[in-house]
Design a protein around this ligand. Sequence first.
Ligand SMILES: *Cc1c(COP(=O)(O)O)cnc(C)c1O
Length: 494
Amino acid sequence: MEYISTRNIAATACSSAQAIIAGIAPDGGLYVPKNFPAYDLAKLKDNDYLGLAKDIFGLYLSDFNKQQIEAIVKAAYPESAFGRDIAPVQKVGDFYLLELFHGPTAAFKDMALQALPHLLTTSMALTGQKDDVVILVATSGDTGKAALEGFCDVEHCSIIVFYPADGVSEIQEKQMLTTGGQNTTIIAVNGNFDDCQTAVKQVFADQQLATKMANHNLSFSSANSINFGRLLPQIVYYFDAYRQLCLKHNLPLGEAIDVAVPTGNFGNILAAFYAKQMGLPIANLICASNSNDVLADAISTGLYNRKRPFYQTGSPSMDILVSSNFERFLYEIYGRDAAATANAMQKLNSEGQFTIEAETCQKMQALIYGGKADDQQAAVTIKDIFAKHNYVLDPHTAVGYYVAQQYQAETAAKRPLVLASTASPYKFANTVLKALDIDCQGLNGSEQLQLLAQKTVTNIPNSLAKINNLPQRVKTIINKEEIAATVAKVLELK
Ligand SMILES: *Cc1c(COP(=O)(O)O)cnc(C)c1O
């Protein structure tokens, strides 16, 4: 399988190993597979998660051999880290919740970020890359910790994480600042997630810095979901969810489902779209936004306009106005027209907005439904679902749940609906407690965890239970203008 850039009209291709190492294409576009390989649904029934991961990785990573793929999958998803089912499906109310938070950091980012370091180091071996890799991450909270966990003490890799100083939950920050490892750096930035992401993108494009890096035998890569190595592992769990529906919930093989995803950078929902392109019978994708509703609006009107207020919400991992992976989706709905994609992205950059033409917009709307839920609506959903079904939703999943209900009410769709459940509610204990009308004033993070466990009679995930006993680093705060200089300092570049 070859990989091409969403913006490269000449379509110079590279291998999967090269695409994973580079993260972003030289023309600023994103790497996409040259075509979508088909996956035979008949193979689902005798498979399990690891088997599916091997099959699907194999289809996309044709430059990796079988042993390499087996080793990556085995190292990424040990039962000790994810439990036996890895990503179990639970019926809650009308929906099938695909629980993606059983990994080491209690958010769905683990599904990809436990695999990415292995994909990357194998890619380096395959291409004979001699440089050590420096992973730069901009995070709205969950990616940072998941990437730190994944890359912690991985040989020939180091990782620097930037997060918005006031834009993550107390527990998210604590998770990051209690990371071990000799090769990990964590820095808070005055600004929001988009400021962090934009600054990190500029560092990637900084030629002067690149030259210095090369002189020190270092090169940058990305663990953000612009990296194809992040997307690939996410395709797997949509197939696995479908397998579980067939096996445990009497879904006839081949029957269509809908998939709803609480969305920020559009990586998770894009993976569902890729699964559909490979033959998974998904009828509609439901893209759920919080009050940062740029995607909901873009899908319903065709106008993507990032010039709008930025809100800090109770679902911080979705507080995003420039949704990077939407570019990959756009590329597909434009019929893989790189010039049209590049043009739209250039407009977004220079004017802050672009319009999807009527015909393409209709094509998009036939594939995807966009909706939104504000903090209040998410809170009511958390309370309602707990009261009715004794199940505790995290605030992101609650946004998804609300929008999925809205979608079914508006369209009268009755297909089985899989909702990606993206985090443990314990990661956002404060927001969840408030939604449940449980008084938690004056309690610190770990007291909130205890209270949530006690009141809902559920268990604190192990990884969160232990963070209080871990040594915590001092918080370093910089301004966004200082990101490039900080990178140079951390890497001791001269
Ligand atoms: C990252 C994240 C999202 C958004 O996922 P994208 O792939 O960025 O759209 C939703 N919920 C949680 C809990 C997350 O960590």
